[in-house]
Design a binder for this molecule. Structure first.
Ligand code: COA
Length: 146
C-alpha cells in the first residue's frame, strides 16, 4: 500500500537515499547528508504544528518503506507542489500516486483554488507525472516548464 504521511524522527536515515546524487540532478540543491536529514525532519515536524499551516512535507511510504517526499507549499499567492523519489522506486507510478494524493489534500481538504508545479526541461519523467496527475502545461518560465 502506498500512503502519504507526516515525517517522523525515524525517517532521518531514509532521506539521504531519497535525495541522492542521481535524484537531485535536475534540482537546485546538492545531495542530502545525514546532518541535513536531521534538520530536514525536525523542520518538517515543526512546520506541521504551525497554524495556519503553510507547508506540508510528507513522506511517501510503500508498505511502510519511505521511498519519497511530496511537498505542498501554501506560503505563496498560488500553492505549489514538488516531489522526489528514491531512484530504485522510479518507473512504477509511485510519484504519480503521491502527487494525486497531495492534490486531494490541496483541493478537497484545504479547498485551494489552484496548485502549480514546475520541472526542468531535461526531466521529462517529471513532466509526465504532472500530466498524468491532471496538470495542464502552461509554458516555460525562467528555464523551467510550468
Ligand atoms: C520524476 C520522478 C518523480 C518520477 O517518479 P516515478 O515514480 O518514476 O514516476 P511515475 O512512475 O509515476 O511516472 C513516470 C512517467 O514518466 C515516464 N518517463 C520516464 N522516463 C522518461 C523519459 N526519459 N522521457 C519521457 N517520459 C519518461 C514513464 O514512462 C512514466 O510515464 P507512463 O506511466 O506514461 O509510462 C522521479 O524520477 C524522481 O524523483 N526524480 C528526481 C527528482 C525530481 O526530478 N523531482 C521532480 C522535480 S520537478
Amino acid at each position: 500500500m502506498i500512503e502519504l504521511r507526516e515525517l517522523v524522527r525515524s525517517d532521518i536515515e531514509a532521506l539521504p537515499r531519497i535525495y541522492s546524487t542521481r535524484a537531485v540532478k535536475h534540482l537546485p540543491r546538492p545531495p542530502m547528508d545525514a546532518t541535513e536529514a536531521s534538520h530536514y525532519v525536525r523542520s518538517a515536524m515543526a512546520a506541521a504544528t504551525l497554524l495556519p499551516r503553510t507547508l506540508y512535507v510528507l513522506g511517501l511510504a510503500l508498505d511502510g518503506d519511505l521511498i519519497g517526499v511530496v511537498k505542498l507549499h501554501c506560503d505563496r499567492p498560488v500553492a505549489a507542489i514538488s516531489y522526489i523519489l528514491r531512484s530504485d522506486a522510479w518507473g512504477r507510478g509511485h510519484a504519480t500516486e503521491g502527487v494525486r494524493q497531495i492534490l486531494t489534500l490541496a483541493f478537497d481538504h484545504l479547498g485551494l483554488p489552484e496548485v502549480r508545479a514546475k520541472h526542468h526541461p531535461d526531466n521529462p519523467a517529471s513532466g509526465r507525472v504532472l500530466l498524468k496527475a491532471g496538470f495542464t502545461p502552461t509554458g516555460e518560465r525562467a528555464g523551467l516548464m510550468t
